[in-house]
Design a protein around this ligand. Structure first.
Ligand code: BMA
Length: 847
C-alpha cells in the first residue's frame, strides 16, 4: 500500500483553495468573488476567519450575522502533481467529509456523500493521470440540505430549530442549548490516495478479552482467567485466484500466521496471551496496554498493515432485578465499578481546531477531579482516536452513544443504510480500545417517544426504534461482542417500564434545573444517573471576552446570545431558591454578585446531588454529570469553560468524586447522620470526630462525639449522630463538622439553616490574608478567625492567563488555606485578596 496524502501539510507547494459556490449576501460580496487559502483537514468558518474575511463567530452577536455561511455552497479545489507507482489500484479515501459533498476529479464526478460520520472510498484508478490533477469537492449548504432532506422524509419531532434529525451531520453543529448555530462544511479529516495491489486490510478488529467473567476474585487468589485476543480481519481483494497470501497477527512476542486463499472475505485469528496483565479502570488497578500488529504479505513483501494497542478486560452490565427495581452496574473483570462520570460534548464548535494536546488537556480535567467515566453524548461525534487513546492510558471508561439525540429519526433510505455503514465503521475503529465500556443506542429518544408527545406527529411513521432495538444491537453483537449495549439513555431495560423510572437502569434528572429546586434530588433513589446538571456562568474573563453589553447585565443582549437554554438566566435566578440571597441591585457590583452567586449555586447543586447519590451506594452505582466541557464561551452546565478555566463546580466535583467521601445526610427522622463511602481498595480506618460549633469568632466547640470507624473497601457506612450533638437550639449561629481523621483527613459539614439565615462574620473579621510572590506566581494564604464558608479565588479577573489550584474551601477558626496562583506576574496584590477576586459566602450574607 502506498499513501499519497492530500492534506495541507503534505501538499505544501500546491495549496487547497476555498470559494463560495453559490450566491452570498451583498454585504459579503467580496467573499463571493475570490478564492481564499484553505486548510485540509479544516472547515469553512475557520478558513474564512484565518483569511480575515469574517469576524470571530463566537464574539458578541456575530453568530447571527454569519448565518448565511450555512446557507451557502462551498468549493474546495486542489491542483496536485501525482506520479503512479507500481500498484494498479488507486482509491481516493476521505476519512471525513462534512457533509453533502460532490467530488470531481479532473472534470469527472467521482461520487456524492451525505454522512459526516463515516469514511468514503472511491476507486479513481481510471481518472488519475500522471502529472497534474485537479480535485474539486463542493459542499452543498448544510442548513438548506437539512431542510431539503426533511422535506423529502417528512418532518419528525426534533428539539431545536433546524432539522438535524433528517441528516447524518453532527446534531449540535446546528445549535444546541449550550452551543452556537454554526453549521458549516469542510474536509474535516485526512484525505489521501491509497495505491494498492492484490489485497488490503478492509477492517481489523482485535478484540481483547478474558475467557472467564467474574475474574476479579483474582484478588482473593482465584485464577484470573486467560487473556484472549480474537482478531477479526476483513479483506478487500483485487484478485480472485492465484497464490495464497500470508496474514500475521503479532502480540506480546507471539506471531500467529495464516495462509489465505485469494477471495477469502474474512479471517479470524485467536491468540492466548497467558502472561498479559488485566486492564482496569483507574482506582481499581493498572492499565497495561499491548501493541498489536496485523500484516498482509506475499513472498515476504508487505501489502498492507494495521497497528494498534489493546488491553485485556471484560465488561458487562449487571441488570439484575432486585427489591429496589433493576440494578445498573458496570462490571469490569467481574468487579462492580462505582461510576464517577462526566458527559462529554465536542470540545470545540469547530472540530478541526482540536488536536492531541487539546484532547489530553480536557480529558485530564475529568481525570484530575477523580472521574473514571466519560460519556460521549449522541449529539456530537464518534470521537477522534486521540480521545480513546488517552482514556485507555488513564483508565477512564468510555460510554459511547450512537449519534442520535433528542429527536425522532426516520428509518427510511437513505438514512438506514448510512446509519448501518457509519455504525460498522465506528464499531470497527473503536473495538480495539480497552476503555470502551458501553455502546448506547441514543440520547433521550426512547424517553422522547414515550413521554414527549411525539406520537400524533409521527402518525405511525418510524422514529428510530429499529436502529436502537434491531440494527445497532445486531451490529455490536456481530462486530464487538465483548462490549455491552444499552438501547438508550435513559433506559429501564424493559419494554413496559418508563425509560426514565429511577428504580430501573439509567436515568436523567432534568426537573431539577428546569422546574424544581435542587433539594429534589433527594426525592428518588436512582440506580445510575447518566445525566443531571445545573448551569452557571463561565469564568469572568471568558464571559467578558465575548459579551460586551454596557453595562453588563444578566439579561443583556449579547449575554443572552451566550445563554442558549430556554429561560436559562431566569432559571439561574430562580435556582438560588432559599439557598443564597438574590444579588444586590447596586449597579457597580450587581453583575459581580450575580456571577459569584450563580457559579456558587451551580457547584452547590451538584455537590448536593452527588453526596446524596453516593450515600445510596450500592443501590446507586454512579453518576454522570452533565457536562464536563464547553464548545464555545457560554453560560452552561459545564464544569470547565471553553478557555479551560475551572468553574467553582469543578472544585466541588473534585471533593465529591474523591475515592473517600464523607457526607451528612438527613436520617429517617430528618436529623443528620454521617455517611462514609469508601470507593477504594483499602479499608478506611480512623477516628470520626463530630462537633457542633459556633459560626462566630473562635468556632467554639459546643458538643462533640468521637467514633472509631472502619469502612470496608468499596462499601459505605452510616453513623448515627448523638442527638445532643446533632440538634441545635441556636440554628443560625451553629453548624456541624464531621472530620474523619485518617491518613488524609476528610471533612463534611451540616448547616441547620440556609445561608441567608446563617450568622457569618464579614470577610474583614472572618479571615486575614497574606500574599507571597513565588517563582511562577503567588501564594495567597487565608487564615480564618471564624467560620469562612466556600472560599474561592478568581485570579482570571486580574489576568485571563492566571489560574489557581483550589476553590470552595470551608475553614473554621484557626485553620488556613493557601491558594497557589500560577500563569501570571505583576498582579495587584491588594486586588488578589479582595472582592471580586477573593470571595466567600461571608461576603454575601454577613451583616
Ligand atoms: C439533555 C442532554 C442535552 C442537553 C441537556 C441540557 O437533554 O441530553 O441534550 O444539552 O439535557 O438541557
Amino acid at each position: 500500500m502506498q499513501i499519497f496524502s492530500l492534506t495541507s501539510d503534505s501538499v505544501t507547494d500546491q495549496a487547497w483553495r476555498l470559494s463560495a459556490a453559490s450566491s452570498v449576501p451583498p454585504e459579503w460580496a467580496a467573499i463571493g468573488s475570490t478564492a481564499i487559502p484553505a486548510t485540509v483537514p479544516g472547515e469553512v468558518h475557520t478558513d474564512l476567519l484565518a483569511a480575515g474575511a469574517i469576524p470571530d463567530p463566537f464574539d458578541g452577536d456575530n453568530e447571527s450575522a454569519l448565518q448565511w455561511i450555512g446557507r451557502t455552497d462551498w468549493s474546495y479545489t486542489l491542483s496536485f502533481d501525482w506520479q503512479p507507482g507500481p500498484q494498479h489500484r488507486h482509491d481516493l479515501v476521505a476519512d471525513g467529509l462534512d457533509t453533502f459533498a460532490t467530488i470531481v476529479l479532473n472534470g469527472t464526478e467521482v461520487g456524492r456523500t451525505a454522512n459526516q460520520h463515516r469514511r468514503h472510498r472511491f476507486d479513481v484508478s481510471s481518472l488519475l493521470q500522471p502529472g497534474s490533477n485537479e480535485l474539486v469537492i463542493t459542499f452543498a449548504a448544510p442548513v438548506t440540505a437539512a431542510e431539503q432532506a426533511e422535506a423529502t422524509l417528512g418532518a419528525l419531532p426534533v428539539s431545536y430549530e433546524h432539522p438535524y434529525n433528517a441528516v447524518r451531520k453532527m446534531a449540535s453543529s446546528y445549535g444546541w442549548d449550550w452551543g452556537p448555530d454554526v453549521a458549516g462544511a469542510g474536509i474535516w479529516k485526512p484525505i489521501r490516495i491509497e495505491s494498492w495491489d492484490t489485497v488490503r486490510l478492509a477492517a481489523v478488529r482485535p478484540l481483547a478479552s478474558v475467557d472467564q467473567v467474574g475474574v476479579y476474585q483474582e484478588q482473593a487468589g482465584v485464577d484470573q482467567g486467560t487473556p484472549l485476543l480474537d482478531t477479526e480481519i476483513e479483506l478487500d481483494w483485487l484478485i480472485g485466484t492465484g497464490p495464497p497470501i500470508t496474514i500475521e497477527v503479532e502480540i506480546a512476542g507471539q506471531v500467529l500466521t495464516r495462509s489465505v486463499e485469494p477471495g477469502t472475505p474474512q479471517v479470524s485469528i485467536q491468540a492466548e496471551v497467558a502472561d498479559a496483565e488485566l486492564w482496569w479502570p483507574r482506582g481499581y488497578g493498572d492499565q497495561p496496554l499491548y501493541p498489536v500488529a496485523v500484516r498482509a504479505s506475499i513472498d515476504d513483501q508487505e501489502l498492507d498493515r494495521w497497528d494498534g494497542r489493546v488491553g485485556f478486560r471484560t465488561v458487562s452490565l449487571d441488570l439484575t432485578p432486585d427489591r429496589d427495581g433493576t440494578r445498573f452496574a458496570v462490571l469490569v473483570n467481574g468487579q462492580p465499578i462505582y461510576l464517577k462520570g462526566y458527559n462529554w460534548i465536542p470540545d470545540d464548535a469547530f472540530l478541526t481546531r482540536l488536536d492531541a494536546d487539546s484532547y489530553r488537556t480536557s480529558i485530564m480535567e475529568a481525570y484530575d477531579s477523580g472521574a473514571n467515566l466519560l460519556r460521549i453524548w449522541g449529539g456530537g461525534i464518534y470521537e477522534s482516536s486521540y480521545f480513546y487513546t488517552v482514556c485507555d492510558e488513564l483508565g477512564i471508561l468510555v460510554w459511547q452513544d450512537f449519534l442520535f439525540a433528542c429527536a425522532a429519526y426516520s428509518e427510511d433510505e437513505p438514512l438506514w443504510s448510512e446509519v448501518e455503514e457509519e455504525a460498522r465503521q465506528a464499531i470497527t475503529r473503536l473495538s480495539a480500545h480497552a476503555s470502551l465500556a458501553v455502546w448506547n443506542g441514543n440520547n433521550e429518544n426512547i424517553w422522547g417517544y414515550v413521554d414527549w408527545g411525539w406520537r400524533p406527529q409521527l402518525n405511525g411513521r418510524t422514529w428510530g426504534n429499529g436502529y436502537y432495538r434491531e440494527l445497532l444491537p445486531k451490529l455490536v453483537a456481530e462486530l464487538d461482542p465483548r462490549t455491552p449495549y444499552s438501547a438508550g439513555s435513559p433506559y429501564s431495560f424493559d419494554d413496559y417500564i418508563h425509560p426514565n423510572d429511577p428504580r430501573h437502569g439509567s436515568m436523567h434528572i432534568w426537573d431539577v434545573w428546569n422546574q424544581v429546586d435542587y433539594t429534589n434530588y433527594r426525592n428518588q433513589r436512582p440506580r445510575y444517573v447518566s445525566e443531571f446538571g445545573f448551569q452557571g456562568p463561565p469564568a469572568w474573563s471568558t464571559l467578558t471576552s465575548v459579551v460586551h453589553d454596557q453595562p453588563l447585565d444578566p439579561y443583556g443582549r449579547q449575554m443572552l446570545v451566550h445563554q442558549k437554554a430556554g429561560d436559562g438566566n431566569l432559571k439561574l435566578e430562580r435556582g438560588l431558591g432559599d439557598h443564597l440571597p438574590t444579588w444586590t441591585t447596586e449597579p457597580e457590583i450587581a453583575i459581580d454578585e450575580w456571577h459569584w452567586l450563580t457559579q456558587l449555586n451551580q457547584a452547590r447543586a451538584l455537590r448536593f446531588g452527588i453526596e446524596y447519590f453516593r450515600s445510596l451506594a450500592p443501590v446507586n452505582m454512579g453518576t454522570c454529570v452533565w457536562q464536563l466541557n464547553d464548545n464555545w464561551p457560554v453560560i452552561s452546565w459545564a464544569a470547565v469553560d471553553y478557555h479551560g478555566i475551572r468553574k467553582p463546580l469543578w472544585y466541588a466535583l473534585r471533593a465529591v468524586y474523591a475515592d473517600r467521601l464523607l457526607t451528612m445526610q438527613p436520617g429517617d427522622d430528618g436529623s443528620p447522620v454521617v455517611v462514609g463511602h469508601n470507593d477504594s481498595a483499602d479499608p478506611w480506618t480512623g477516628e470520626l470526630l463530630i462537633t457542633r460549633r459556633s459560626t462566630g469568632e473562635g468556632s467554639a466547640v459546643l458538643a462533640e462525639q468521637v467514633v472509631e470507624l472502619m469502612i470496608e473497601p468499596r462499601q459505605s457506612l452510616t453513623v448515627r449522630i448523638d442527638p445532643a450533638v446533632g440538634g441545635s437550639d441556636n440554628p443560625e449561629a451553629e453548624y456541624l463538622e464531621a472530620r474523619f481523621e485518617a491518613a488524609e483527613p476528610v471533612v463534611a459539614h451540616w448547616y441547620f439553616v440556609e445561608d441567608p439565615q446563617l450568622r457569618l462574620d464579614p470577610a474583614d473579621t472572618a479571615y486575614r490574608t497574606t500574599v507571597i510572590g513565588t517563582d511562577d506566581g503567588y501564594q495567597v494564604q487565608v487564615q480564618a478567625m471564624s467560620l469562612v464558608k466556600d472560599l474561592a479565588l478568581f485570579p482570571d479577573r486580574l489576568d485571563p492567563a492566571a489560574r489557581t489550584d483550589s476553590g470552595l474551601i470551608t475553614l473554621r477558626a484557626g485553620e488556613s488555606h493557601t491558594f497557589a496562583v500560577t500563569g501570571a506576574a505583576g498582579l495587584d496584590e491588594a486586588a488578589l485578596t479582595t472582592r471580586p477576586v477573593l470571595r466567600s459566602v461571608n461576603d454575601v450574607v454577613a451583616g
